[in-house]
Write a protein that binds this ligand. Structure first.
Ligand SMILES: *Cc1c(COP(=O)(O)O)cnc(C)c1O
Length: 235
């Protein structure tokens, strides 16, 4: 288990990687937001990373996330919780009630439920459309050819705010191979914007491909392993 000081050091190393990639891409410093992906890690680790200055956290599993959000209720006003995992219809209500963002919307039915179930007193739920840029059968995400129609339908829902696109490209070896799917997602966002959608978020880049994603225009990278360490799914 990493100590609090290990976690703070990992966080600062990730900040350095982001800053170097921003410079290499001739992008403004701090133009890339960091989402710390805390799935499988305990609330105490999230608190340590929060104390090191991090404010946005990503979770994949509804039950685990809701328990963690409750354990960290004292931080609720200061933390943004992002849901980034596969989302089934029977879990949309809990997500609409507990999160600030959902990155993994890939069907209109899920978006409609999130909008209907968003509690009245809360700000609109920020959402990203997850796009399947790698074309793998097994992957979730809307096919790129269907993204424009779906994005317009989601943008029309009252209690959601469509912010942009998200992708989880297949792992790739070289920087050039890593860049290609990220570039496709950026081009798709440009197409959607040209069609009148106001989007400001390109959610792409994980521990292994942060640099490729930032070179291709990521505005939010989702980093787990490089901050919290290797995940253990055995319990
Ligand atoms: C787990 C996860 C991440 C973080 O991946 P790392 O390789 O650990 O940085 C990012 N995005 C999504 C959607 C994830 O499920």
């Amino acid at each position: 288990m990493p100590s609090s000081s290990d976690l703070a050091r990992h966080l600062s190393e990730v900040h350095q990687r982001i800053a170097q990639a921003e410079a290499a891409a001739s992008r403004d410093a701090s133009s890339v937001a960091l989402l710390a992906v805390s799935k499988t890690f305990p609330a105490e680790d999230v608190r340590a990373v929060f104390e090191a200055g991090q404010r946005a956290f990503g979770e994949n599993y509804v039950q685990e996330a809701v328990a963690k959000i409750a354990a960290l209720a004292d931080l609720r006003d200061q933390v943004q919780w992002h849901f980034i995992g596969p989302l089934q219809s029977n879990k949309t209500k809990v997500v609409a009630e507990n999160f600030d963002w959902v990155h993994s919307v890939d069907r209109l039915k899920i978006a409609q439920r999130l909008s209907e179930q968003r509690p009245d007193g809360l700000a609109p739920l920020n959402v990203c459309l997850q796009v399947n840029v790698s074309g793998e059968e097994s992957k979730s995400g809307v096919p790129p050819a269907e993204a424009l129609t779906l994005a317009h339908a989601i943008a029309a829902l009252p209690n959601l705010k469509l912010r942009g696109l998200m992708a989880i490209p297949e792992p790739a070896g070289t920087l050039d191979e890593q860049r290609a799917p990220h570039r496709r997602l950026h081009e798709l966002m440009d197409t959607l914007r040209a069609d009148g959608l106001e989007l400001d978020t390109l959610s792409m880049g994980m521990s292994a491909d942060i640099e490729a994603a930032i070179l291709e225009g990521a505005t939010m990278v989702r980093i787990g392993t490089a901050i919290f360490g290797a995940r253990d799914y055995s319990h």
